[in-house]
Structures are given as C-alpha cells and as structure tokens.
Write a protein that binds this ligand. Structure first.
Ligand code: R5P
Length: 305
C-alpha cells in the first residue's frame, strides 16, 4: 500500500509536494479546538497498515506541538506501520546550551519529546551549532536535507555577478559550499551578538567587488537583526543593494519591514516555512528523504541470536 501523508493545518501545500515526490497518498486530518482551547485531532483517512508521514513545519512551535503529538499517537494506535515527521523547519535549535544559569536547554527537550512520538524525522538544514549532528539530540533516525544545492541553483539562474556574503563565522562552511556550487566568490563577516535582537557586524573593504551583487546568505531570518546590520554595513561600504537569501523564513516581529527599510533589493527564501518570499521549493528533496526513511522503517530488523 502507498504511504500516507497527513498535513497539520498550514502544511497542506508542502504535504502535497512531499506526497507527489514519494508517490504517497494524501490523508485527511481534521482538527479543531474546544472552547477551552484544547485540541481535537482526527485522522479521517485510516492509516492502518501503511507508513505514515506527518508534515508539520515547526516555526512558532508551542502552538503546534500538542496537535502534532496527538496526530502521531493516533496514527500509531490506528495501525500505521511507522510514523515519521517531515518538519522542514525544526524549532528550538538555537537554545542548545544554558547561556545563563537556570535556563532550560530547549533543543534537547524538544528533541526528546519528538523522539518519543515519532519513528523517524526529516528536516532541512537544522541550526546545528554546539550539537554537531541530529543524532546527538534525537533518539530516532533523523535525516537532514541540505538546501545548499537548491540555493546555488537559484543563484546561478537569477543573479549575473553574485558575491556571497556570510554574516558570521558559523555560516562560513555553509556559504563556501554554496559559493563553490554556484562558482561565485564568497566573504565571511564578523558578527558579535549583543542580545536577542541586536548584533554588531564588521565588513571588510569591498572596493574590489563594486560590480557584484551582494547576496547575504543565512540559514534563518528571524528578527532580521543580523541581515539588517549586514545591509547597513554593506551600504556604508558602497555596495550595490543586496539580495537577502535564507533557508528558513521565520520573519519574527517586524523583520520583513526592517529588511526592506534597510535597503534589501530582494528577499528570497525556501518554502520550509510558508511566506511571501518563498522562491525555492524544497518539498521534492524532503519527499525523497522521506521515501528513504519509509523504506528503512519497512525493512525487517535482523535479529542477532
Ligand atoms: C545565528 O546563528 C543564525 O545563523 C542566524 O544568523 C540568526 O538566527 C538570525 O537571527 P536574526 O534574524 O534574529 O538576527
């Protein structure tokens, strides 16, 4: 039987892309809230005997997690052969340490909860910093779909003379990989984070790059603080209006307005989070990774006697 893909509300179009790519059927998931705010989830398509993928991107995760866990448990109780999560954006990855005494390490707790309810996970470029691989956090198989080849493809097709700019040391390896695939030059800047919203950025002399279009590449645009500071620093150095390119369009608070105000020529993101700036489709790649996970989950486990 074909696998079944269920979409949590807001993930319908991404779920369709995944289902198309992995040759799965779309299941019908109904959800509503009781007057007291509690969630009711119903799988209107029977998942019995089928591999199940639940599609739910996890930005603004607190509002989604309970329904997601209810859906996963329902699928399992109704006889799904395996229950996987396709979460193109994985939340809580940046709180990967106790930065001040007493703080919760959210990345670990979040991973532990998901590991208890799903058999496997597929995501796109999770923000890995102090943890180097998802296997350090998750107790289930977790596959990462890299967005870099798709970003490089977009650059080659859309920008004539690009100069890739990574806002901080953390982005260097990633930006260099995109630059190599796009055959474009790349620079990495120095970023100092001052608090949740403010960062300081140092930009080198750019006089050799006047003809190039700067593309500020980052994994996440959240408050936009990082990219806004980079745009200001690039303008001070006389650079052309830059393109802001990111994998995850979190766009918290006034980020979009701030970036346009700071002189972004264009904002481009992938569809890991639905947003008006989405121009790069990662669903087929996520679908292919889900297919590999479903196949692995369906393989009988060899027992060593
Ligand atoms: C940080 O390490 C990340 O790679 C991003 O640079 C950061 O999360 C972007 O956040 P914001 O848009 O709030 O500056």
């Amino acid at each position: 039987m074909n696998p079944l893909v269920f979409a949590l509300p807001g993930n319908e179009s991404f779920a369709q892309g995944i289902a198309r790519s992995l040759g799965a059927d779309l299941g019908r998931l109904e959800m509503r809230h009781f007057p007291d705010g509690e969630s009711l989830v119903r799988l209107a398509t029977n998942p019995g005997g089928r591999g199940v993928v639940i599609a739910c991107t996890l930005h603004r995760p607190d509002a989604k997690l309970m329904a997601l866990l209810l859906a996963a448990d329902a699928a399992r109780q109704l006889g799904a052969t395996s229950v996987g999560l396709a979460a193109p954006y994985l939340a809580y990855m940046r709180q990967d340490a106790r930065f001040r005494a007493g703080e919760a390490i959210s990345a670990a707790t979040h991973a532990s909860v998901l590991s208890s309810h799903f058999d496997w996970l597929v995501t796109v470029d999770p923000h890995l910093h102090r943890y180097h691989a998802l296997a350090e956090l998750f107790r289930i198989p977790a596959a990462v779909v890299p967005a870099a080849p798709l970003l490089a493809e977009w650059i080659v097709a859309n920008v004539e003379l690009p100069l890739l700019i990574g806002p901080d040391e953390e982005s260097r390896q990633w930006v260099d990989a995109i630059a190599e695939q796009a055959k474009a030059p790349a620079l990495t800047l120095e970023k100092t984070r001052l608090d949740d919203r403010r960062v300081r950025i140092a930009v080198p002399d750019l006089s050799g790059w006047r003809e190039h279009t700067p593309i500020v590449v980052d994994d996440i645009i959240s408050t936009g603080g990082t990219q806004i500071q980079v745009l200001g620093a690039l303008a001070d150095r006389g650079a052309r209006p830059p393109i802001c390119l990111a994998v995850h369009a979190v766009f918290a608070e006034w980020a979009l307005w701030g970036l346009l105000e700071a002189g972004a020529a264009r904002l481009v993101t992938t569809n890991t989070i639905p947003h008006g700036t989405n121009a790069i489709d990662v669903a087929p790649a996520v679908g292919a990774a889900c297919r590999a996970m479903l196949d692995a989950a369906a393989r009988p486990v060899r027992r060593v006697s």
